[in-house]
Structure formats: C-alpha cells, structure tokens
Design a protein around this ligand. Structure first.
Ligand code: ADP
Ligand code: ASP
Ligand code: MG
Length: 432
C-alpha cells in the first residue's frame, strides 16, 4: 500500500480536489490510503469560530459557520446522482454536529477543550467527505473512514499524543491492502480510548499520514504540498531556494524540528522505525521529482537552512555552579515541573543558557529559577539552523558561517551531538 497525504492548498477547491484524484488514480492497483488536510484556511476559520464561541459572539459564529457551509457545498456542484447524495449527507452530518456543539457551548456559557477540539477537527471531516464523493464519481473503489476510530491518542486536547500500540492494532485490523481500494482518511484528528475527539497540533496531517503508513507497513509515504519538495530554505522567504533531491531521515527531522514547515516535525519518526521512504512532492507540479527522504543520502555539507521564531532565551548565572555537581539536575527539574521543554543548551563555568519555545507560566518559571541564581529572560529571539551531514569534516565550515552573518550578533551556538545541525540563536528581527 502507498499513503498519499494532501495538504490544505492541495484540496482548496473543486479543481484542486480533481487534481488529487488524477495524481492517485494511476497508483490504485497497489491499494491506497489517501490522507487529507482541511481545505486551505478552514482550520484558521475554525479557530476564529472557537474564539467567537468563547466570546459568546453568536452573530460571528453564525456568519463563520454559514461561510464554511457555503464553501464546502460549492464543491458538491461537481457531483451528480449517488455520489452527490453521499457527499451531501456526510457534509450535512458534520455541520449538524458542529451546530450542536456551538449551540451547547452558548447554552452552557462554556467551550471546553473537548468541544474546541471537536470543532477544530471538523475541517478534515468536511474535506474528506467531498474527496470521497469525487472519488466515487470518478469510479474509484473509495472507502471513507473515520480517523477518530483508528488513531488513538491521550487527552491533551489541541496537541494530543499518539498511543501507538492501540493505533497500530486498530489500523492494521481495519485497513487491509487490496488492489484498487482507496481508503480516504482525515489527517490531524484522532480520539481518546473513550472515543473523545482530539487533534494532533497544527500541521499534524503529515504526522497522521506517517502513522497510518507505519501501521500498514506501506511501501512509501507521499506528502503532497505546494512546493517542489523540501528546499534549501523556505521559498517564501528566499525565492532562489532550490529543491533537494535526496535527504536522510535525520536531516529532514532536524529541519522540520527547527522550523521548516514543509513537514510536521513528528512525521519522520514512524517512517524511520520501519524504513519507509517518504517522498515530498508538489501537487501543482507533479512531474517535478520532489524530495525523497530515506535512510542514506550521498551528499554532505550544509543541505538546508531553517528558521524558527517565537524563541525565548533563558540564562541562569550562579557562582554555585563552579566546581559543583548536581546543579544542572536541579535546574532541569524546574523545567520538568513547569512541563517546559528545552531545545538548545550551552553552559559555561558559571552560567547556563537555554532556549524554550513556550511556557504556560513564564513568571512562575522565572521565580523558581531565581532560587538557583540570577535569571535573564530574553523573549523575541529566533533559532537559525544549518542542517547537513558531516558539517565538522569541513574545517572551513564555521569560518564561512560566521563570515556570512556579517556581524549579526549571535547569542548562543549549539553544535548538537547529532552532528547534522548547527543552531544559532539570534534576535528575531535578524532572522530573515
Ligand atoms: P501543506 O498545507 O501542504 O501541509 P504547509 O504550508 O504546511 O503545506 O507547508 C508547505 C510550506 O512550507 C511551503 O509553502 C513553504 O512556504 C514552507 N517551507 C518552509 N521551509 C521550507 C523548506 N525548507 N522547503 C520547502 N518548503 C518550506
Ligand atoms: N488542518 C490542520 C492545520 O491547518 C492540519 C494540517 O493541515 O496538517 O493545522
Ligand atoms: Mg503542513
């Protein structure tokens, strides 16, 4: 079986959805899993809807719901007869559920994380209902599945963690490879063991595709997006960015983790564990070879550059660190207590600098850290990461890197043990 995942722009309207079917149809003999995101912009609209519900703004909520319904219903025009009835019934059922959730929240004056996750995941239910109708109309043996019945997660709503053994058991029991069969599944959504709907975090459809692929031991996982594969950097920022034909799993994972939005950071892991190649391709330019991500790649040196905004740099300075043991243990146990993950670390004799992405209670964290020493917190920082194999084998690498910075101040350097990444912390304003 091959897994095909299509992002929001790849399913943004009727034309785009028809293009998706053109891409998958020639491969149907292997048995296919088609994983889709919500239509472009829909998840953002759902976030606006949730804000309106929380603000008890009924008029805005109604306007947003109507606009969503109108946009999705428009795709039904491409369908006739039975396919249209099937897709239309599925759409209506999702909108009925959404309106019930919204109405219930207004009545209770409360929009719980459960309710907001159920609303947030609706976009994927809508897009896949339409793709199913179009696939039936095109004569494919399409089966519309409900990812909430297959992908099992914990109950961290909005950023749920996947329960792998449960997920694998369900997926492999239900999705059986058969020539000609096309399973259509939603990305981004799952449910707890009790069946309560959850979402995997923004951009999580790539991760869903990889999980489904791993569970069925797919031959290949294809991520179809709006650029010619993984590129040397974000082409929206640097129009001269080039596509990278082959990358290792480690390089792609590092690039995603440090901000390249083209694949979700969790996507690579399930594929690595089973050695499944991941292909990244452009829906608008299907003849372009894109990028193949696999265990080995021949090239070394800097392959790509990623940037991540929204980084906070924390420095703890203390004379107590000098020649003492146990200091770092105490320090990191504080981050643990605040459920905050540290990305980069650099230590000197008397200070430790660390970056974090987010913290629910930064003031509380600061106070707790002050028990260890003087604390400096610098928000509005960014991480610039250079990713590539064997960066250290080239003695000129660091000289060239710092020369390229042309005097832009660097606040922390991390030359990770992964040997495939050098990360520099800069002021956010210097990143672009
Ligand atoms: P999708 O909706 O298909 O999941 P995303 O918007 O999540 O698409 O990801 C694709 C976008 O990622 C591209 O349009 C591009 O702007 C951005 N991007 C950032 N870094 C890179 C990179 N190194 N290579 C390719 N695209 C990148
Ligand atoms: N629709 C979700 C989002 O916009 C998931 C995804 O597209 O991957 O974040
Ligand atoms: Mg994406």
């Amino acid at each position: 079986m091959v897994v095909f995942k299509f992002g929001g722009t790849s399913v943004q309207d009727t034309e785009a959805m028809k293009q998706v079917l053109e891409i998958i149809t020639p491969h149907r003999e292997t048995g296919l899993i088609l994983v889709s995101s919500a239509m472009a912009g829909v998840t953002n609209t759902l976030i606006e809807l949730i804000h309106a519900v929380k603000a008890e703004d009924r008029a805005t909520a109604e306007t947003l719901l109507n606009a969503l319904e109108e946009r999705h219903t428009r795709v039904l025009d491409a369908l006739t007869a039975k396919a249209r009835d099937i897709a239309s019934d599925a759409l209506k059922a999702v909108f009925r559920d959404m309106r019930t959730l919204v109405k219930g929240s207004f009545l209770l004056g409360d929009c719980s994380p459960r309710v907001s996750d159920a609303l947030l995941g609706s976009g994927e239910l809508l897009s896949t209902a339409l793709l199913h109708g179009l696939a039936l109309q095109a004569g494919l043996s399409s089966h519309l599945m409900d990812a909430r019945k297959l992908l099992v997660t914990d109950d961290r709503f909005g950023e749920a963690g996947v329960l792998w053994p449960e997920t694998q058991a369900k997926v492999s029991a239900v999705l059986t490879p058969e020539p000609g069969i096309v399973y259509i599944l939603q990305g981004f959504i799952g449910a707890t063991v009790h069946g309560v709907a959850t979402t995997l975090g923004r951009g999580g459809s790539d991760y869903s595709a990889s999980l489904f692929g791993a569970a069925v031991q797919a031959q290949r996982i294809e991520i179809w997006t709006d650029v010619n594969g993984i590129m040397t950097t974000d082409p929206r920022k640097v129009p001269t960015a080039r596509s990278i034909p082959v990358m290792t799993y480690a390089e792609a994972a590092e690039l995603a983790f440090f901000g390249a939005k083209v694949v979700h950071p969790a996507t690579i892991q399930p594929a690595v564990e089973r050695g499944i190649p991941v292909l990244v391709k452009n829906t608008k330019n299907p003849s372009h070879p894109g990028t193949i991500v696999q265990a080995e790649a021949p090239l070394s040196g800097v392959r790509a550059i990623a940037g991540r905004q929204g980084v906070t740099l924390i420095t703890v300075t203390s004379g107590r660190m000098l020649m003492a043991y146990g200091f770092l243990k105490k320090l990191f146990s504080i981050f643990d207590a605040f459920e905050t993950s540290v990305d980069l670390v650099a230590t000197s004799e008397v200070s430790v600098s660390m970056t974090i992405n987010s913290c629910q209670d930064l003031d509380g964290l600061r106070q707790a850290l002050e028990s260890l020493g003087t604390v400096r917190i610098q928000p509005d920082m960014a991480i610039l990461s250079l990713v590539g194999k064997d960066l250290w084998k080239d003695g000129k690498f660091l000289v060239e890197t710092f020369a390229a910075l042309q005097g832009i101040p660097v606040h922390l350097v991390s030359m990770g043990a992964s040997e495939i990444n050098v990360s520099l912390v800069l002021k956010a304003g210097d990143l672009d």
